[in-house]
Design a protein around this ligand. Structure first.
Ligand code: HPA
Length: 281
């Protein structure tokens, strides 16, 4: 099943039929919000509001592990994370979509793994999935993230954006910061020298944890503002929210038209479902 992790606004998609709101408890606690199961053009999809209702969870306190575990438990195999980001690369303009293909991680306090060896929670597998057994057996794993984002989902996103004639960039390096503060101008200058294109606070560890469950994960970023120091003025959350509102209709169109492409796609020539092979130690 395909799942979307995003902000508000996605529940009210035209043509979407909400089937149920599901409360899930995981070995890592409760997700940020109940998960919405809905029908889009006849296909079942899941939605999760990353920051919870009323934006109750700041980026560093989002229960990323519970969110991903719950989605997998409800049958998600493919995830599209939708993110607001600041633009570092001056060729990228506010309002543009970016289908990121790499990340640089500057987060500091977030658990990045489900598998904490002897420190893992006690857990009895509910099914026969590899990740359930790795957790139950209290194993340690080191997954490869040379290609962190699913190339097949990225290609579907690109085809969708191209068909809709929206301004987009097919690749980009996402810099993940700890937040919740925005960055200093010097940090953005440094990230730029390191090859960063956009900056945000949530895609890591989300993508890493998705990979630890062998899920396909792609990130659809919306540039809401020039990053700190670039526009030479103070940044506000207001402009981020305003740009996301402005792009809401386009995001809905992307969601609506990519669902069918994902379900009809037969060639998943990626290694996303093999991430845990040979990863345990
Ligand atoms: N920095 C970090 N996160 C963000 C930004 C930014 O400039 N804009 C939207 N999310």
């Amino acid at each position: 099943m395909l799942a979307f992790i995003g902000g508000s606004g996605l529940y009210n998609l035209p043509g979407i039929e909400i089937l149920e709101e599901i409360k899930v408890e995981t070995p890592f606690g409760e997700p940020s919000s109940p998960i919405v199961k809905a029908k889009v053009k006849g296909y079942e999809v899941l939605f999760l509001a990353r920051h919870g209702k009323g934006h109750a969870y700041p980026p560093h306190l989002v229960p990323y592990r519970a969110n991903l575990w719950a989605l997998a438990e409800l049958g998600a195999t493919k995830i599209v994370g939708i993110n607001a980001v600041g633009g570092i690369n001056k060729l990228l303009q506010p309002g543009d979509f970016v289908i990121v293909d790499q990340f640089l991680d500057f987060t500091k306090t977030r658990p990045q793994t489900f598998y904490e060896g002897k420190f893992s929670p006690d857990y009895t597998p509910k099914g026969d999935k590899k990740h359930e057994h790795l957790l139950a057996d209290k194993r340690v794993v080191h997954i490869d993230v040379s290609e962190p984002f699913c190339p097949t989902l990225r290609e579907i996103l690109e085809n969708t954006l191209q068909e809709l004639s929206f301004r987009y960039h097919p690749r980009g390096t996402y810099v993940a910061t700890e937040g919740p503060r925005l960055e200093s101008s010097a940090e953005i200058k440094a990230f730029s020298l390191l090859g960063g294109d956009v900056v945000g606070m949530t895609m890591v560890p989300e993508v890493v944890l998705a990979r630890e469950l062998q899920l396909h994960y792609a990130g659809l970023c919306v540039i809401t503002n020039p990053a700190a120091g670039i526009a030479g003025r103070r940044l506000t959350s207001e402009e981020v929210v305003q740009m996301m509102k402005q792009k809401e209709e386009e995001i809905k169109q992307v969601v609506l038209s990519m669902v069918e492409k994902v379900y009809k796609n037969e060639k998943w020539n990626c290694e996303c479902e093999k991430t845990l092979e040979g990863a345990e130690i």
